[in-house]
Design a protein around this ligand. Structure first.
Ligand SMILES: [Cu+2]
Length: 136
């Protein structure tokens, strides 16, 4: 399992490099592609979003990548006032390694912090925090 995690990191690092070079063509360096992995790990919280906290501006894209062999989803459970996602805004279940769920941070997202849960693993602490900032 440890070895496969390293391989996954290498793959993601190279796709990040591609995204970074594509973004570099714009004078502002935006928009960004932000990758969040759904991982399994040893310890008290066997499943996690990696990174746990991330920040985006409108126009950026969030990409969640299934990097474990356990089914997960991505549920935007708590949202700042004025957000237009609806409390049921969630991905389908991601069942296969490498499967992705992509969200454009557009005008539905007001500035503030969003708590993201994996529904099956909410009770064991599988959550993450997205902060949206910038001009509204
Ligand atoms: Cu999960």
């Amino acid at each position: 399992m440890f070895r496969s995690k390293i391989a996954m990191t290498v793959v993601l690092a190279s796709s990040f490099a591609l995204a970074a070079s594509a973004g570099a063509q714009a004078s502002t360096g935006r928009p960004h592609l932000i990758t969040v992995n759904l991982i399994e790990q040893p310890g008290a919280k066997p499943f996690a979003f990696d990174p746990l906290k991330f920040t985006a501006q409108r126009g950026d894209t969030l990409r969640f990548v299934q990097a474990s062999s356990t089914m997960h989803n991505v549920h935007f459970k708590t949202q700042p006032n004025g957000a237009k996602l609806g409390s049921s805004f969630a991905s389908p279940y991601l069942t296969k390694k490498g499967q992705t769920f992509t969200v454009l941070i557009d005008s539905r997202f007001t500035n503030g912090t969003y708590e993201i849960m994996c529904d099956p693993h909410e009770s064991i602490g599988m959550h993450a925090f997205l902060t949206v900032q910038g001009q509204e």
